[in-house]
Design a binder for this molecule. Structure first.
Ligand SMILES: Cc1ncc(COP(=O)(O)O)c(C=O)c1O
Length: 496
């Protein structure tokens, strides 16, 4: 509940000399209140999570670690360390200092059934007893592929270890199928950390260009990527204009960074257009897959993609990526269908695909348990969970509105986050301190968020939801007392 809304907060930014001495005195006293508040809070937080802080300091020289849920903010430096988790069950995590939390990070969306659900644990234990044999065919590979095809309505499936690998493979398959090079992706989407998708758009002399998102990625690697506006019908015109060179359009049907953008009509038109132009449509369903509906965003929006990539939920907490798609495209993995005792052979043009740990027995055991559970429970499981998430978000928004706070949350299924325009306030901006602090205040009250939002699981109870809402309310009250958040009908908040 921090990042995307921070930019909306109204702060006084200092006044001209003509303003009275009274104002200066008021400013100084507010700053003093803020500093005192911060000092008291930091002491309390550090005391409560002291072993996590110690570990961060002890291992920083040797552990290169960017895995933090919020960015570095110099003002809040003493709070900047990850909470070290020791164990988990259901909706809870316990840290190394023995504190209990309600977790809505949920393994970045992988734990649809909460932590360590008994049916996945049993499947993993059974597989551990059998061993982790890699090399020969995995016993469960075919069965899991079949379950995925059944739920997603795709023809064929290949397994990788992560979502990033699944996306990388999907793009390679699309290029193989079309003999074209370029791909379109949309601004605001995330498709993993493969160099070929770490791209940002820039406009030079009125022309749209793609440049690497980060150092170490060469311009050559992103030269074949066009980044367009998501949900904007003009993007379809650009796709048309480049149709002869486009292998694929990859889309995160609802971007986890902008859950409020759910452009059904755009997706339908995109499907029609790509079909007409012979461009492969890839749905990256890493977050939406099995969450919004057993058949993912394809089923939800009524759009059939050519390839869909999955991960997270399907692995039941184990690392897994899935590439599922039409047989005509997936056949480039193995040459396609053939039979014994006749003249058939794998005829399709093949590309390269590999990975030591693909079809890992433990990941497949967990995936089988997940998929069977989803199949038995049916769409009702998602419907109930999605509805509870919508209700949770509605309660939060009612509170924010009553309190005149510039925050609006939204959800897509069990994913929730700030409704945003797509802009992200930097947490290095001191003005975002108020909302950065909200994140830490919630941890202090036993709630672990994924940045500004998170995921509900079937393990979260009504009591968990009530506790989260109470934690938000009391955090905001405390932050207002410290003059870090705007008071009702007032702008009496200062930047630190
Ligand atoms: C839409 C989407 N695609 C791809 C990925 C990459 O998956 P992984 O982190 O498993 O490599 C993610 C990860 O969050 C994602 O959200």
């Amino acid at each position: 509940m921090r990042r995307d809304v921070a930019c909306n907060v109204s702060f006084h930014k200092g006044k001209s000399n003509s303003h009275s001495q009274k104002y200066m005195t008021q400013t100084n006293s507010i700053q003093t209140i803020q500093q005192q508040h911060l000092q008291i809070f930091i002491t309390r937080y550090n005391q409560k999570t002291k072993t996590s802080k110690q570990q961060a300091q002890t291992y920083r020289p040797i552990l290169a670690d960017n895995k933090t849920l919020v960015g570095f903010n110099p003002v809040l430096k003493e709070l900047f360390y990850p909470i070290v988790a020791k164990r988990s069950l259901g909706s809870n995590i316990w840290d190394i200092d023995g504190n209990e939390y309600i977790d809505v990070t949920m393994g970045f969306g992988s734990n649809l059934f909460g932590h360590n659900p008994p049916f996945i644990k049993a499947a993993l234990q059974e597989q551990l007893d059998k061993g982790i044999q890699i090399g020969p065919q995995a016993e469960l590979a075919g069965e899991v592929a079949q379950l995925i095809c059944e739920l997603t309505k795709m023809d064929r499936v290949a397994f990788s270890n992560t979502g990033t690998e699944a996306v990388m493979t999907a793009l390679r398959l699309a290029r193989t199928a079309t003999n074209r090079s370029k791909i379109v992706m949309f601004a605001g989407s995330y498709h993993g950390h493969f160099d070929g998708t770490l791209v940002k758009p820039v406009t030079v002399d009125g022309n749209l260009q793609s440049v690497p998102l980060a150092p170490g990625i060469t311009p050559n690697l992103v030269a074949d990527v066009l980044v367009l506006d998501y949900g904007n019908f003009q993007s379809l015109e650009i796709i048309k204009a480049h149709s002869n060179e486009l292998a694929a359009v990859i889309v995160e049907p609802v971007q986890s960074r902008r859950p409020d953008l759910q452009p059904k009509a755009f997706l339908h038109q995109l499907r029609e257009l790509t079909k007409e132009l012979g461009i492969v449509l890839i749905f990256d369903e890493m977050v939406t897959g099995f969450r919004i509906h057993p058949g993912g965003a394809q089923a939800w929006f009524g759009v059939e993609a050519d390839i869909a990539t999955y991960g997270k939920i399907v692995g039941g907490g184990m690392p897994m990526g899935v590439i599922a798609g039409k047989a005509s495209i997936m056949n480039a993995i193995d040459g396609g269908m053939w039979n014994y005792e006749d003249a058939s052979y794998p005829q399709a043009k093949k590309t390269f695909f590999a990975g030591t740990f693909c079809k890992h027995p433990l990941a497949l055991a967990a995936a089988k348990a997940v998929l069977q559970h989803l199949k038995i429970q049916g769409f009702l499981l998602q419907q109930q969970l999605n509805q509870r998430t919508s209700h949770f978000v509605e309660r939060l928004n009612n509170y924010f509105q009553e309190e005149e706070l510039p925050i609006k949350m939204t959800n897509f299924g069990s994913l929730f986050g700030p409704a945003s325009s797509g802009s992200h306030a930097s947490s290095e901006n001191p003005e975002s301190s108020g909302f950065d602090l909200l994140y830490y205040h919630l941890i202090d009250r036993g709630i672990i968020l994924r940045g500004s939002g998170g995921f509900l699981s079937t393990a979260h109870t009504d009591t968990d939801i009530d506790r989260m809402i109470e934690a938000v309310k009391s955090s905001i009250e405390e932050l207002r007392e410290g003059y870090f958040l705007p008071h009702r009908s007032s702008n009496a908040t200062l930047k630190l």
